[in-house]
Design a protein around this ligand. Structure first.
Ligand code: ZN
Ligand code: ZN
Length: 241
C-alpha cells in the first residue's frame, strides 16, 4: 500500500494553496477571491446574514483542471477503476490535511458529510481514513434539491439527536456554498456545534477577474501540507509585521 505522500504525488503540481484573510481581494468566509474593496465573494455576501461558519478549504480547485477533474470523477466517472484511484488520492489528501492541522480545525466528536439528495458521495473517501474510524456518523440526510442554490437549513433532516455535539462537517467542493451553509444551519438549529467545515476544493473560475488576479500570484506558490488558511495562509508579499 503506497503512503499518503506517494498517493498525492500526482496531484501535487495542481494543488493551489489558500490565501490568508483578512486581506483585500480574499473572502473572509470561504477564502476565495473577492472584488477589491469587498470582504466577501458573491455567494458568501448573500450568505453573510446567516452568520455562516468560516470555511477551511484544502486547495483551490480551478475549473477544468486536475483537482476539479478529481472532485467530479471520484464520484461520477463511469469507470470503477478511475473512481477508486481518485477516491484514494482524495482520501490521502484529506488525511494529510487533518494530520497536519488538527489544531487549526479544532476539537470535534465525530465527522459528518454534506449529502446530496441521492447520495453521500464523500463517505467512501472518509471511510478509507483511519482518523475517522469510529468517529464518523452520517447525521444529515438531504431532501429534494429543487432550490439547491438557496441557503435553506430545512433541506436537511438531522437524526439522531446532535444537541451539544461538536460535529466536523466535511464536503468535497465549495461552489456557491448553499449546501454546506444549509447543512451547517441545520446542525446549528439542532444545537450542535459545527467544526470546520473542511472542504477539499474551493472551486474557482479563471474567467472571473478577481479569481484571475488571485491565481496570478498564488499558483506560483507550492502547496505545502504544513500550511493552511488558518495557520499560514498565503499573502502576495511576505511581510514582517
Ligand atoms: Zn466566499
Ligand atoms: Zn493550519
Amino acid at each position: 500500500m503506497p503512503s499518503a505522500r506517494e498517493l498525492i504525488l500526482p496531484l501535487r503540481g495542481a494543488l493551489v494553496p489558500i490565501p490568508a484573510q483578512p486581506q483585500d481581494g480574499v473572502c473572509s468566509i470561504c477564502h476565495s477571491s473577492a472584488k477589491p474593496g469587498f470582504s466577501h465573494c458573491l455567494p458568501c455576501a448573500e450568505a453573510a446574514a446567516a452568520d455562516p461558519p468560516e470555511i477551511l478549504p484544502i486547495t483551490l480547485s480551478v475549473h477544468g483542471e486536475l483537482i476539479h477533474s478529481h472532485l467530479r470523477n471520484y464520484k461520477d466517472s463511469p469507470t470503477a477503476g478511475v473512481r477508486s484511484r481518485m477516491s484514494l488520492r482524495l482520501a490521502a489528501l484529506l488525511a494529510t490535511f487533518m494530520a497536519n492541522h488538527s489544531r487549526c480545525v479544532g476539537e470535534w466528536d465525530y465527522a459528518t458529510c454534506v449529502p446530496s439528495a441521492t447520495r453521500v458521495a464523500l463517505q467512501p473517501v472518509v471511510d478509507r481514513i483511519q482518523l475517522f474510524a469510529g468517529r464518523y456518523r452520517q447525521v444529515l440526510t438531504s431532501g429534494p434539491e429543487a432550490e439547491a442554490r438557496l441557503i435553506d437549513p430545512a433541506r436537511f433532516a438531522v437524526s439522531p439527536d446532535v444537541r451539544g455535539h461538536r460535529i466536523l462537517l466535511l464536503d468535497d467542493t465549495f461552489v456557491s456554498g448553499a449546501s454546506v451553509f444549509s447543512a451547517a444551519g441545520a446542525l446549528r438549529d439542532r444545537a450542535a456545534r459545527v467544526v470546520g467545515p473542511v472542504v477539499i476544493g474551493r472551486h474557482v473560475q479563471r474567467g472571473w477577474p478577481p479569481s484571475a488576479e488571485l491565481l496570478s500570484w498564488i499558483t506560483k506558490r507550492p502547496w505545502d501540507e504544513t500550511r493552511c488558511a488558518r495557520c499560514a495562509g498565503e499573502r502576495p508579499r511576505a511581510s514582517l509585521f
